[in-house]
Each structure stands twice: as C-alpha cells, then as structure tokens.
Design a protein around this ligand. Structure first.
Ligand SMILES: Cc1ncc(COP(=O)(O)O)c(C=O)c1O
Length: 369
C-alpha cells in the first residue's frame, strides 16, 4: 500500500486536511497557530465551552468522582451522575427516558446497531450527517436517500417499502444550516410500521425541539451545550432496548461522571436563555449585514451560515486570507459536502460582538470581490 501517493493526490486536489493548533480555550477570541483570531468556526454556539460556572461544576465533579469512569455502563462505570443527567435530559426533551453516549457519532451508530434485526429498510435525507450514513452501512441496509428536505421525494420512497423501517433526518443540517420539516415528516409516517428519528446535534439548546410522540431524538452535548457526549431520548421501551442491544453503548467506557456535573450546569444556563438571546441577535445581525453587502449566503436561520464558492481551491484560498486578517473560518470540502459545493462555513456564537461580525463581513466582501 502506498499511502504517500494517496496523500499527494489529496494535496493535488486541494482536499488535504490540516489541523490548526489552539493555544487558548475554545471561544470567540482564540490564539491559533500563534495568531490572535476571532473564531467563526466553532460549534460552541452558546459560548458555554469556557463558561466559568460550567468549569466550576466540572471541578466539583472531578472532586467527587475523579477523572475517569473506569468501565462501561453495564460493568461498573454507571454512576449516579449519569442517572441524574439522563433524568434531566428526558425531562428537558419531554420524552419518557434518555440514554447517554460518549459522542453523537457513537449514538447514531448505536441506534442503528440496536435496530439491526428490527428494520427492513431505512430512508435518510440526502444531506444527513456522515454518522447516520455510517450507521446504516454498519448494519448492511442498502442506502436510500430522498432529495434534501423534499417531502414528496420521501413519500415516494416510503410507498415502495415493505415491513418495518426507519426514517431519519438531521434537524438542523450541519453544513447548510437549514432545518428539516419535522412535523411534516412525522405526519406522513405510518407509525405502526415506521419509526421516525431526528438528529438535533445543531439545534439542541438553540431551538425549541419538535419531538413527535413515540419518535427517537438524538442530540449532542459537545456543541451548544459546550461539553462532550450525546444522548438519545425516546419511549421507555426503546431506551431499555438500546441498553440491551446497542453495541456502541455496551462495548465502550462510560463518559467520565465529572462531565455530567458540567452538563447539568450547562442545561441550567441553556434554560435561563440569556446566551440563546445573544446568539439569536447575532444571527439576525449577521443576516441583515450580509444582505446589505449583497453576499450570497445560503438561506439559514441557524447559527450555521454557509457561503458556497464551488471549488475546493477557492474555498481554501478565502479561508487562508481571512485567517491572515485575523478571522478563523473553515473551508468545507468534499467528501464532507457534495462535489463542486465547497464552502466557507461561518458559525456564530453568543459571545461574538457586533463589531466583530461587521469587520468579518467587510473582509469577506473584499476577498470575494
Ligand atoms: C448532525 C450531526 N450529528 C452527529 C454528529 C456527531 O456528534 P459528535 O461530534 O458528538 O460525535 C455531528 C458532528 O458534527 C453532526 O453534525
């Protein structure tokens, strides 16, 4: 195997990934690769990752529970902190029960893994996250995808299926920022035969969730919630079934319980709503400024504001020149997004200042001219 050739090919096609190094905590102002930058590519939408009250809760969690969980949940790694957080998350989402996973990636794999012998088919939105696609691949079901956010296309596909199945969508699409029509999808599903699942990784904590009865809800705790991990909430029987049958749940070490302390505090802050209001104001301001400047951003009301530029080389060039001006914005390239739709994915956080957004967009306007 010649990995060096493979790497050269990626470089030639502007698809080689590099990792910039942060020397400060996650936030809107960071030191990255030795340079002070305003960070516009974090999923820390509510600016909670470095919040003093969450850090304090984490330290208290460490004092009580130590550093690690020591084992998987089904051995000796399940603590009172996990149990209490699951209860809080069930209440938060209005579902009967909730189950913690160590990441959104493993939660999505975990749901598919448990359903392996239960469903004959699964249909996904064309732009669903890679972890959902990988989940379906894991259990060997043929990939069936409906046109993005297109209920007619979904309906056509559902009508061709027989036996039990699953319909899955992202709630807020991770690289596009737009939202699925959750109620519309739920209405077209025959609940006797079909389960409905949504992945709300990018909406949790920001939008009021719409969770149809008897549906599966997955959200992550490392984005707006600012910490780490993920959870699935649903009916009691379904959650109990996951505990029994989900291999990515069973065969992995439990999240450190100290993190559960931090997440509880984060949920308190989310409920208070102050950070959400700041984020919402920033989204409104960003959209109005970019419209005034005539910048061609995609239609999105979420914290994710993409600017599609087409080629990977152009996306990289713009990202690098913004970095030189002190703004960190990632270039998102295939295979993360479809071919010829490379983009700058701008993300907003609660703690961005209006002046920072204005300065960023002025530079984007200059760079794009
Ligand atoms: C829609 C969606 N689902 C799941 C995940 C995976 O979550 P995690 O980062 O917690 O593994 C992501 C991560 O970016 C995502 O965007």
């Amino acid at each position: 195997m010649n990995f060096s050739n493979k790497i050269s090919d990626l470089e030639k096609n502007h698809l080689f990934r590099t990792r910039r190094i942060a020397k400060s905590a996650q936030g809107t102002n960071m030191k990255i690769d030795g340079q002070d930058v305003v960070n516009f590519c974090s999923n820390d939408y509510l600016s909670l990752a470095n919040h003093p009250r969450i850090k304090e809760a984490l330290i208290n969690g460490v004092k009580k529970y130590g550093a690690g969980s020591g084992a998987s949940h089904l051995v000796s790694g399940h603590s009172e902190a996990h149990k209490l957080l699951e209860e809080t998350l069930a209440e938060f989402t209005g579902q009967e029960n909730a189950l913690l996973f160590s990441s959104g990636y493993s939660a999505n794999l975990g749901i598919f893994s448990a359903l392996r012998d239960e469903i004959n088919w699964a249909i996904q939105d064309k732009l669903n996250h890679a972890s959902l696609i990988d989940g379906q691949r894991l259990i060997g079901l043929p990939m069936q995808r409906y046109l993005h956010n297109n209920l007619k296309s979904l309906d056509k596909k559902i009508k061709k299926q027989t036996g039990p199945g699953l319909v899955v969508t992202d709630n807020v699409f991770s690289m596009d920022g737009d939202q699925a029509n959750i109620s519309g999808i739920a209405k077209m599903i025959d609940k006797k035969n079909t389960m409905f699942m949504q992945d709300d990784a990018h909406g949790f904590g920001i939008f009021e969730p719409i969770i149809p009865r008897h549906s599966i809800y997955m959200a992550t705790l490392g984005k707006a919630a600012g910490v780490m991990g993920a959870f699935v909430s649903g009916d009691n029987d379904f959650i109990e079934f996951l505990i029994q049958k989900s291999r990515p749940y069973t065969y992995t070490t439990a999240l450190p319980p100290n993190l559960c302390h931090a997440i509880q505090k984060s949920l308190d802050l989310i409920k208070q709503g102050e950070q959400k209001e700041k984020l919402t104001n920033n989204i409104t301001h960003f959209k109005s400024m970019s419209n005034q400047l005539g910048l061609n951003f995609e239609e999105s009301n979420s914290a994710i504001q993409p600017l599609i530029v087409g080629s990977s080389s152009k996306a990289l060039k713009i990202s690098n020149s913004l970095f030189d001006k002190g703004f960190f914005v990632n270039a998102i390239r295939p295979p993360t997004v479809p071919p010829k739709t490379a983009r700058l994915r701008f993300t907003l956080s609660a703690n961005h200042k209006t002046e920072q957004i204005d300065a960023l967009l002025e530079w984007v306007n200059d760079v794009m001219a």
